[in-house]
Design a binder for this molecule. Structure first.
Ligand code: 3PY
Ligand code: MG
Length: 255
């Protein structure tokens, strides 16, 4: 994890907003393409798709080489693996399906060393350059990793204010797909009730001064949420972007 890059990311997050796709392949070439294209970050997904901590490590390397901030999304209920994702060099972790303040506190606890948390301690890992980084530098810098919690269901909505009161959360991400399912309109991310709920959570986060993120699938959607104050804009998924490009070309050639 590059401290200067994390600092620049935090600054841009507050100032103008940051953009980056999810990655659901194990191939670092997709990550490199995102970086060369000019995105700010990528989310290496361990919740959905084939990736593991092992494959994610090479994807983190590709992100660093191509100028992207690597965030790792954890599998559901795998708080004890948060430290492993940070060990391989993730600059941030994104925790799905956080429903209570207790779960949010637990995520922070697993992501930070004392006194901020109780992350398992080891410096013989990539993020500490396998012990080449001095102990004091490593344990200080490591505590600056981003903690991003996902709210995406009714229970989380009921507990919203308690969750927003948890110290150590850097970004609150709203997952419109899981939220749509929880509201009884599975997959309808543009359904008025889903949109109104995302707006409500966004407004509440902004009142509390917390950065907010969501998932978008078109530039229009990105602009719409940006105008409402969303600053961490997760733009689609590598395989979906590649599929759309393939479909447009195939249609143009055959149409
Ligand atoms: C969701 O929409 O549920 C996500 O987790 C991100 O797409
Ligand atoms: Mg989700």
């Amino acid at each position: 994890m590059d401290a200067a890059r994390v600092a620049a990311f935090r600054k841009k997050l507050d100032a103008t907003g940051v953009y980056g796709p999810f990655s659901k392949t194990e191939d670092p070439a997709f990550i490199e393409c995102m970086g060369h294209a000019g995105f700010d970050f990528c989310i290496i997904d361990l919740e959905h798709g084939p990736n593991s901590i092992r494959s994610a490590q090479d994807l983190v390397r590709a992100a660093e080489l191509s100028g992207l901030l690597p965030i790792v999304r954890m599998p559901e209920e795998a708080h004890n693996r948060i430290g492993a994702a940070l060990d391989i060099g993730a600059a941030g972790v994104q925790i799905p399906q956080v429903t209570t303040a207790e779960a949010a506190r637990d995520a922070v606890r697993h992501a930070r060393y004392a006194p901020l948390g109780m992350r398992g301690v080891c410096r013989y890992v990539r993020n500490a350059r396998y012990s080449a980084t001095s102990k004091s530098d490593y344990f200080t810098a490591a505590n600056d990793a981003l903690v991003i919690v996902q709210l995406e269901g009714r229970e989380a909505l009921d507990n919203l204010d308690d969750i927003l009161g948890v110290d150590g959360i850097d970004i609150l991400f709203i997952g419109p797909y899981d939220l749509s399912q929880s509201l009884g309109v599975t997959g309808q991310t543009q359904h008025p009730e889903v949109v109104a709920t995302v707006e409500r959570i966004t407004a509440r986060c902004r009142e509390r001064g917390l950065a907010v993120g969501t998932f978008v699938e078109s530039p229009e959607d990105a602009r719409k949420w940006h105008a409402r104050g969303v600053r961490y804009l997760c733009y689609a998924v590598d395989v979906g972007i590649f599929y759309s490009a393939c479909r447009d070309i195939a249609t143009a050639l055959q149409g």
